[in-house]
Design a protein around this ligand. Structure first.
Ligand code: HEC
Ligand code: HEC
Ligand code: HEC
Ligand code: HEC
Length: 202
């Protein structure tokens, strides 16, 4: 009688643990690992492809960790009863830094840094397998290698009313604000365009 009760309780705890563990990260299950925004930078800082890295680096997501070091964050954390600095609190980092909450098995050789804030892979998925140029240039291959095409569901994991400074979220408007499209004239044919330009000595 007692034995089966214990087993039920343990079973319930295991299920809860799995559910919690899977809420934000599933890299370990897929085998794809996080490589960090600096790896994306090698190709995505080029003007020809649309400088996605530069656009990101200047805006809110890249600075989300820095925000946690500011006066306002400290006040917000105090109000929530968090004793230490918000830049070290898991309750804040989970939405302000990609690196937070990732285990050693989720990350490629070099550790990611919380100071990179919300980087590419929070929205596009861990990049270890899709980062190769030939894979990247092929949409279907990229998807098979773990690339995610972000949509509203991606955003509302963080843009929701559990954020202590929550006001509202309009997906269409927010998407426009962070626009970092590939220019129409190279989209889907970047490798050929780059080759042609090199041949012309540009
Ligand atoms: C991992 C959590 C997370 C995800 C996922 C996320 N955001 Fe954010 N976002 C933040 C945080 C944190 C801030 C506040 C950054 C700051 O100012 O410190 C923010 C700020 C913003 C801002 C205002 C700053 C700016 O750069 O203009 C926009 C717009 C925005 N997000 C759009 C989006 C969209 C669109 C998506 C989905 C495609 C998305 N976000 C997904 C956490 C996230
Ligand atoms: C559920 C995700 C989430 C959590 C958890 C979270 N934040 Fe944020 N935070 C955001 C998003 C998204 C924004 C962008 C603006 C918004 O929607 O409030 C943001 C913006 C901010 C801002 C800038 C707001 C402004 O008006 O300038 C501060 C400061 C901040 N967060 C502090 C914190 C602190 C401190 C914690 C921990 C106690 C925390 N956040 C936890 C998602 C989150
Ligand atoms: C907050 C979420 C978010 C972050 C962070 C983010 N992206 Fe994106 N990215 C998006 C969304 C949303 C789209 C548009 C998806 C769609 O609807 O086609 C997109 C599209 C793209 C595209 C394709 C554009 C096109 O024209 O097809 C590239 C390339 C890209 N992102 C690269 C990056 C790189 C590199 C980084 C980091 C330096 C990054 N993204 C960071 C959300 C994000
Ligand atoms: C070795 C160079 C290289 C690296 C590294 C790289 N990319 Fe790309 N990426 C490309 C090229 C080339 C394209 C295809 C451009 C085209 O022809 O449209 C592309 C396309 C994309 C697209 C659009 C793909 C689609 O099919 O919708 C996204 C999103 C993207 N990259 C995100 C990232 C992110 C995030 C990282 C880092 C984790 C990254 N890339 C690293 C070269 C690279």
């Amino acid at each position: 009688m007692m034995g089966s009760m214990v087993r039920i309780v343990i079973g319930f705890a295991v299920v809860c643990g799995l559910m919690l563990g899977g809420a934000f990260t599933s890299a370990a299950d897929s085998g794809f690992k996080y490589i960090g925004a600096k790896k994306c930078k090698t190709c995505h800082k080029k003007e020809l492809i649309g400088d996605q890295y530069g656009k990101w680096a200047k805006a809110g997501h890249a600075n989300a960790f820095k925000t946690l070091e500011g006066e306002k964050a400290i006040a917000v954390a105090k109000e929530k009863g968090i004793s230490g600095p918000p830049s070290e609190a898991a309750e804040c980092l989970k939405c302000h830094a990609t690196a937070a909450g990732l285990g050693a098995g989720d990350v490629a050789k070099k550790p990611l840094s919380n100071s990179d804030g919300v980087q590419c892979e929070s929205c596009h998925g861990p990049g270890s397998a899709y980062k190769k140029k030939k894979v990247m240039a092929d949409h279907e291959k990229s998807l098979a290698a773990g690339l995610l095409v972000p949509d509203e569901k991606t955003c509302v994991k963080c843009h929701n009313d559990t954020s202590p400074t929550w006001t509202s979220f309009d997906y269409a408007e927010a998407k426009k604000k962070i626009d970092h499209s590939i220019p129409e004239d190279v989209k889907g044919k970047y490798i050929e365009v780059e080759k042609a330009r090199k041949a012309e000595g540009k």
